[in-house]
Design a protein around this ligand. Structure first.
Ligand SMILES: [Zn+2]
Length: 61
């Protein structure tokens, strides 16, 4: 029942927000290198994060 990709999905979410340590970033990228489904999820999270940033007025100073 437990999805082995779940921890990486969480890292993807954090990475999109720039919240990963260099070590976590490396772990994630090693997984993304051979996991297409997490890579797609990561792209999605990055796109979503960009949209969210655009909707936050404070990011325009
Ligand atoms: Zn994966």
């Amino acid at each position: 029942m437990h999805n082995p990709h779940d921890p990486f999905r969480e890292l993807c979410t954090l990475a999109a927000g720039g919240l990963l340590t260099p070590e976590e970033t490396r772990t994630l990228h090693e997984h993304l290198a051979h996991c297409e489904s997490c890579r797609a999820f990561y792209d999605e999270m990055c796109a979503l994060h960009r949209l969210l940033q655009l909707s936050v007025p404070e990011s325009f100073e």
